[in-house]
Design a protein around this ligand. Structure first.
Ligand SMILES: *Cc1c(COP(=O)(O)O)cnc(C)c1O
Length: 395
């Protein structure tokens, strides 16, 4: 048995999404900007896809811009709001300490240009409150950008409440909803969201395609210059197959949202309950307001990387929070942001489920993970020191 439990990293494509893409590789290969009927057939597919995405978010089709994915959508939303703010002398932005790097690195770039960014503390409940946002808003705040749900630890942020706070203060509100779209109920009008990013491959659509919702009247800044595609705001011949695949996947996910959430939540809760029995571990993320598919733990006395390799050998694809970049083993900024110390943050495990997972797969994970954790602890000098009292347990 091989269990794929890394759906926060990417998902398998649904048959619906694949079927929706195939015609645009061969028979219907036109360029939507062409005036002849081959081009116009592609134009029709593009319009149709835009309608579907808009229907899933509760907005108008003309408020949807297709992008190359979640990262590009995040970049464009934040840069656009910053440019609009700067024109009015407003150069303060509010975000959180546990955003995705697509947001954090864009904000870091703006800080170098003289913007001031407040990163809200996420240690309390591994989440933020709308009150924190309200308290952080200043005269010169031009943007609040906070994620809809966290990709590593699963916390769902109080988005409708934050939307209300921002609307009242007259501050633009962007949310990175890459983990939420197709998984949680989103209504951008009801929830007072001005800009929202999503990505096809996180809800059984293709990779390399995403969308940015922008409320009518907000002027976007181009990241890519060229032709007049996407209302002149994102140049380049449209990825028709990808866009159609993403729209079909989102439509399917939204049509089955409640039943999928109920199924996945039940699997998740069994997994959390079972893994909680492992001694000296802790659940990461908001225990109540939590993505249906997210299970995230820190285990004391082990290295997340070794755990992942052994789990892969035992037929489980999982993820650790830590990003191993350029040879340095830095623990995840998300786990550090919620207050995990370095040693503990290194021993992290994220299992992210979807509706394709089964009860039998959960049984397999519950049989394997405690055994592998114990095996690694038996070899760990840190664990020995904890047991002999030379080091103190934190968890
Ligand atoms: C995956 C992800 C992204 C990046 O999306 P891409 O389409 O891979 O660029 C951004 N934000 C969050 C929260 C994500 O999970």
């Amino acid at each position: 048995m091989y269990v794929y439990a890394d759906n926060a990293a990417t998902t398998a494509m649904s048959q619906t999404a694949i079927d929706a893409m195939l015609p645009y590789f061969k028979d219907n290969f036109g360029n939507p900007s062409s005036l002849h009927s081959v081009g116009q057939a592609a134009r029709e597919a593009l319009d149709n896809a835009r309608d579907k995405v808009a229907a899933c978010l509760g907005c108008e089709a003309r408020e949807i811009y297709f992008t190359s994915g979640g990262s590009e959508a995040d970049n464009q939303a934040i840069i656009s709001a910053a440019r609009l703010g700067a024109r009015k002398g407003k150069k303060h932005i509010i975000s959180t300490a546990f955003e995705h790097h697509a947001v954090l690195h864009t904000l870091a770039k703006l800080e170098k240009e003289g913007f001031d960014v407040t990163y809200l503390d996420v240690r309390q409940g591994h989440n933020i409150t709308a009150q924190q946002v309200k308290d952080a808003i200043r005269e010169d705040t031009c943007l609040v950008t906070v994620m809809y749900a966290n990709n590593e630890i699963g916390s769902i942020l109080p988005i409708p409440q934050i939307g209300a706070v921002c609307r009242e203060a007259g501050v633009l509100f962007h949310t990175d909803a890459v983990q939420a779209a197709g998984h949680l109920h989103i209504d951008v009008k009801e929830q007072n969201i001005d800009m929202l990013s999503l990505s096809g491959h996180k809800f059984h659509g293709p990779k390399g395609v995403g969308a940015l919702y922008v409320r009518r009247g907000i002027a976007l800044t181009n990241l890519i210059e060229g032709g007049a595609q996407e209302r002149g705001k994102r140049a380049g011949t449209e990825n028709i197959a990808g866009i159609c695949g993403m729209a079909a996947a989102l439509e399917e996910a939204c049509a089955h949202l409640d039943e999928n959430a109920a199924k996945v939540t039940a699997l998740r809760d069994r997994l959390i309950e079972g893994l909680s029995k492992i001694p000296h571990c802790a659940l990461n993320g908001d225990p109540v307001n939590r993505l249906p598919g997210n299970v995230s733990f820190c285990f004391e006395g082990i290295e997340g990387e070794s755990l992942l390799l052994l789990l892969d050998m035992k037929g489980i694809a999982a993820s650790s929070g830590s990003a191993c970049t350029s040879g340095s083993l830095d623990p995840s900024h998300v786990l550090l942001a919620i207050g995990r110390v370095h040693d503990v943050a290194h021993g992290s495990l994220r299992l992210s489920l979807c509706e394709y997972n089964t009860e039998e797969e959960i049984d397999h994970i519950l049989a394997v993970v405690p055994e592998v954790v114990q095996y690694l602890r038996n070899m760990s000098p840190v664990w020995r020191d904890l047991q002999t009292g030379k080091r103190q347990y934190i968890l």
